[in-house]
Write a protein that binds this ligand. Structure first.
Ligand code: PXP
Length: 260
């Protein structure tokens, strides 16, 4: 299974102090050495982490394919068409959000999306849509003739965290907690089943399928078992672990989890 390493959080650390380091550009050779298959970066409209010069330099100097995430806004598509990354993943953006909270509202934005996709593909950039795992979103993606979709795994990750991070620290003998544990297990199973069915449907109809958001060393195994998902894009948990084990080791460890 392919691993795209999202290096935005290196820029988050730099921008917290508005200094020059750590420079995400320095991560490129480490990612390559550790076996990453792709570099993923998000150039947000508010430039809260990656800056224009980061995107430019990363796309110019990376020896791995670069997946540039950006909003559907024409000004961002202009930048993408100039920088010409390997792939552009179109994502929703809200100024007030801490991170990308959900998939694109693609059913309501088809005209804008069509225009963005047309321009990107004309520039020989493959296009991915970051979508919630719903049948409607898959069907709309098919109609839009993109090469890839990426399923937002935030809901899966949240249920997993509620089930195994919080409740596991509480006594098991409280019946109400056992009941909520049962419900959460059911929800987790349903979400995995949904991801499995939709990725199979999408792949059979010619879309390539990626997934990402909130994945970490604990919760990734069940997603890796879904054979029709080709690629995962993982950022926060890798960069967080790298504080303790180093970036190269954090990527090596995640890559080992992705072996099928
Ligand atoms: N994929 C997409 C499209 C994203 O926008 C992000 C960041 O929100 C990720 C993957 C990586 O998510 P995380 O940092 O939670 O691993």
């Amino acid at each position: 299974m392919l691993l795209g390493v999202n290096i935005d959080h290196i820029a988050v650390l730099r921008e917290a102090r508005k200094v020059a380091d750590p420079d995400p550009l320095d991560a490129l050779s480490i990612c390559k050495r550790a076996g990453a298959d792709q570099i993923t970066i998000h150039l947000r409209e508010d430039r809260r982490h990656m800056q224009d010069h980061d995107a430019k330099n990363i796309i110019e100097f990376s020896t791995l394919p670069v997946n540039l995430e950006c909003a559907i806004e024409p000004s961002m598509i202009d930048i993408a068409c100039t920088l010409k990354p390997h792939r552009v993943t179109l994502v929703p953006e809200k100024r007030e959000e801490v991170t990308t909270e959900g998939g694109l509202a693609i059913m309501g934005e088809q005209a804008k999306l069509k225009e963005a996709i047309k321009r990107l593909q004309k520039n020989e950039i493959e296009v991915s849509l970051f979508i919630d795992p719903t049948l409607e979103a898959v069907k709309t993606s098919l109609d839009l003739h993109v090469e890839w979709i990426e399923f937002h795994t935030g809901k899966y990750a949240n249920i997993y965290a509620m089930l195994y991070t919080n409740l596991s620290k509480t006594p098991h003998s409280i019946p109400e907690l056992e009941l909520s544990r049962k419900i959460l297990k059911q929800m987790l199973g349903d979400e995995l089943c949904n991801l499995r069915l939709l990725s199979c449907e999408a792949m059979e109809r010619g879309l390539r399928v990626a997934a990402g958001h909130g994945l970490n060393m604990q919760n990734v195994a069940e997603i890796v078992e879904i054979e029709t998902i080709e690629e995962l894009n993982i950022g926060q948990s890798i960069v967080a672990r790298s504080v303790y084990v180093g970036l190269e080791q954090a990527i090596l460890d995640m890559k080992a989890k992705l072996i099928r």
